[in-house]
Every structure is written in C-alpha cells, then in structure tokens.
Design a protein around this ligand. Structure first.
Ligand code: ZN
Length: 107
C-alpha cells in the first residue's frame, strides 16, 4: 500500500487520482476489517471524507469532471460501476463497454 511518507511519488499531481483510486479500492475491500488505533481512526476519517465528497458532488454530472463512457445505443452515461465490472470481467479486449447494461440486456 502506498503512503505519501513512504512513497512521495504517489501524490504527484499528474497521477494523484489514479494512484489514490487504486489505494481507495483496496481500502473499500477492507472496510469491515478489525482495526485499532491510528488505522481505525484513519478509516473513520476516510469515510467522513468520502461522504463529504459525495455531498459536494451530489447532482453534478460526471461528464463535467472528465471523460465518461456513453452507451452507443441510448447515449446515456454508462455508470462507473458498469465500466469497472466490464474491465474486471476482461470484456472483449476493450477498456470500456460499448453499450450500457440495460441496452445489453435488451439486445
Ligand atoms: Zn444504453
């Protein structure tokens, strides 16, 4: 796990979101681990921060934050969870799904 004290490269501005995303996913998989002391306090602080970010961006279209995948059939934004699931399943050699799950199910 990267840490700014151990790995000052992890928060270079050109890649801080990518690096943090990888670490945050790791944390998300460990949310219910038994922790104590500084690590337990850091978990609470992280959840508080995630809630603050969610509140701050509520109603903000993801497209305003950067490129998003659009469904080639209906044109709707493909939710980030669908894109992540597609990548995890190693979908058809492409980085992004061509259509949203709803359109894929309807096909
Ligand atoms: Zn669609």
């Amino acid at each position: 796990m990267s840490n700014t004290k151990e790995n000052p490269m992890s928060n270079m501005s050109y890649c801080k979101f990518r690096n943090t995303l990888a670490d945050l996913k790791d944390c998300a998989e460990s949310l219910h681990d038994t922790l104590d002391g500084d690590e337990a306090r850091a978990r609470v602080a992280l959840v508080v921060l995630c809630r603050r970010i969610t509140e701050e961006l509520e109603g903000v279209a993801l497209a305003t934050l950067g490129s998003v995948s659009r469904c080639e059939d209906c044109g709707d934004e493909i939710p980030a969870e669908e894109v992540a699931a597609y990548r995890q399943e190693g979908g058809q050699g492409s980085e992004r799904p061509r259509v949203c799950d709803d359109c894929a199910d309807a096909a």
